[in-house]
Design a protein around this ligand. Structure first.
Ligand code: SF4
Ligand code: SF4
Ligand code: SF4
Length: 308
């Protein structure tokens, strides 16, 4: 049976589509957005995460690490730890950490294991018009697993949604489209160079896939929302949002609307637990007034606005 790598399954989610939902976060993403609030989902392999504030300093992790990662107190050398997933005695430090301040990001799970968890909240989905959302990372970075999950959710009469950054093979979008009820697709910026600078990849494929998904949404009857995270200094100017609105208005005919998501710093602690620096520490969340101005631009293009 196909297995995938899952970083988290969040129950009672309210921002990932209509109604009350369960969100399944898959591990691995082809982009490296500087503002990413789920950095533990970026790498495709399992990683050790360390919550220093819970550590009681017992030293058990240091004792058992077979790879000499502890050269500086209880701060493990991340370069060594990043190779641990491939080793025979992987993540010994996690096994020995009873307060659970060291954990593994990324569980190998079967489709059935995920479905069993998602099914627990069926009554809530039925009452609220909710369902399951597959997110990430990028779901289409694990295309077979995502396809099988969506198929299984359909067989169990669970409404499905996907959150995708748009970097996937067009064949894979076509494969999953018949099993979708709803899709969020990101368009972060139309300028290719800037997109590369802030996400590590250009946006040509993303733009093509948005047009493809727009057509597929008509063919298969799912609802498509184009989503733009608003990041100060990257795409928060009126010109940038106008460019995005123009692309959407000119190229998408079947989508139901757009959502603008203001930048937030909620993922900051996760960078620390991964031993990574958070580059955007100085950025402020856009004000409501500024977001209103950007939303008015979408209005000018007669783009319906959604807020989840
Ligand atoms: S993740 Fe692996 S290498 Fe790093 S401290 Fe734990 S056991 Fe050692
Ligand atoms: S085993 Fe856990 S609690 Fe003990 S020192 Fe290591 S991280 Fe801290
Ligand atoms: S696409 Fe999403 S998950 Fe991937 S790096 Fe960007 S913000 Fe993170």
């Amino acid at each position: 049976m196909t297995r995938g790598t899952v970083t988290d399954i969040e129950r009672y989610a309210i921002n990932d589509g209509f109604g009350l939902r369960t969100t399944v976060f898959l591990k691995g993403c082809p982009l490296k957005c500087k503002w990413c609030s789920n950095p533990e989902t970026q790498k495709f392999y399992q990683q050790m995460i360390y919550f220093q504030d819970k550590c009681i300093g017992c030293g058990a992790c240091k004792e058992v690490c077979p790879y000499g990662a502890f050269t500086n107190g209880l701060e493990a050398d991340r370069e060594i730890c990043e190779k641990c997933h491939d080793r025979i005695d992987a993540f010994k430090c996690v096994e020995e950490c009873y307060p659970q301040c060291r954990k593994i990001a990324g569980d190998k799970m079967t489709v059935q294991e995920v479905v069993d968890i998602v099914k627990r909240d069926m009554p809530f989905y039925q009452l609220s018009g909710g369902g399951v959302t597959i997110s990430g990372g990028e779901p289409l970075a694990q295309p077979q697993f995502t396809f099988e999950l969506l198929k299984a959710f359909n067989e169990n009469w669970i409404d499905t949604a996907i959150e995708t950054c748009g970097v996937g093979a067009v064949e894979d979008y076509k494969l999953i489209a018949p099993f979708l009820k709803f899709a969020f697709m990101d368009l972060k910026c139309v300028d290719n160079r800037k997109h590369y600078e802030w996400t590590g990849a250009d946006n040509e494929l993303i733009k093509k896939n948005i047009i493809c998904m727009d057509e597929l949404s008509k063919k298969y009857g799912f609802q498509l929302i184009i989503r733009t995270p608003i990041i100060p200094g990257f795409n928060d100017s009126q010109e940038e949002v106008r460019g995005i609105a123009e692309f959407v208005a000119n190229n998408c005919k079947n989508y139901i609307g757009m959502e603008l998501l203001p930048y937030h710093k909620l993922g900051r602690g996760k960078y620390i637990s991964l031993g990574r620096a958070y580059e955007l520490a100085e950025l402020a969340t856009p004000t409501d007034e500024h977001m209103d101005k950007l939303i008015k631009i979408l209005d000018e293009y007669k783009i319906p606005i959604y807020k989840f």
